[in-house]
Ligand binder design. Sequence first.
Ligand code: OAD
Length: 230
Amino acid sequence: MKCLVVLTGAGMSAESGIRTFRDSNGLWNNYRIEEVASPEAWEKHPEVVLEFYNQRRKQLFEVEPNAGHRALVRLEEKFDVQIITQNVDDLHERAGSSHVLHLHGELKKARSTVDPDLVYELDHWELKMGDTCEKGSQLRPHIVWFGEPVPLFDQAVQIAKTADIFLVIGTSLVVYPAAGLIRYVERDVPKFYVDPQAFPVHGVPKLEVIREKAGKVLPKLVEKMLNRFA
Ligand code: OAD
């Protein structure tokens, strides 16, 4: 079976009703995103950080996967599909995709602030000050914040290197190291980039840019891939 690797970003979930980062002007309640998504923010005002992620988690319990997420599931009929997502939502999983690597963490999980291996599933939207891990320390969102290392990046690189086809969807490709993954893909591998505002990507051979919305174009593109490459 050929390996089809997919890298997704916020645009993948836009048609489910989740706003992208750059669309919201990078602002939330007059805070810049960096002011609520960084270790410094957690030091300075943890309650503001918790509230930011609580609102996002609350919304996640209200939205559904879109036609784009569902189309990617169909690819599993004929490909070994590996999804690498920058998104912290669980819409790929809820659509039915089997292999999803969350580079930037997961909204529905919380983690200990003394032991990063203690990670907990959340079945409710609110994480509060005073919610603690089994060692008694405050729980934080299980999110990779600005300025923090990306622990799963090496694993993502290994996956990207095995791609026979590489598909990039709904990402501005400005946040590293995720944006650099496409450069680990073999030169002769066909690559597709679906994003209505895609910028040209220089120095990446065999790349077809499709300036369309994911939910609109993916059902057709998936059909084409099942017929052409499988
Ligand atoms: P961005 O907000 O930077 O980019 C979203 C992209 O989605 C843009 O290029 C839009 O043109 C595109 N887009 C919008 N609607 C779309 C649709 N219906 N179909 C397809 N594409 C659409 O989001 P990311 O690139 O995901 O990190 O941002 C990367 C990282 O920056 C995020 O994971 C987050 C943020 O800081 C962390 O939280 C650590």
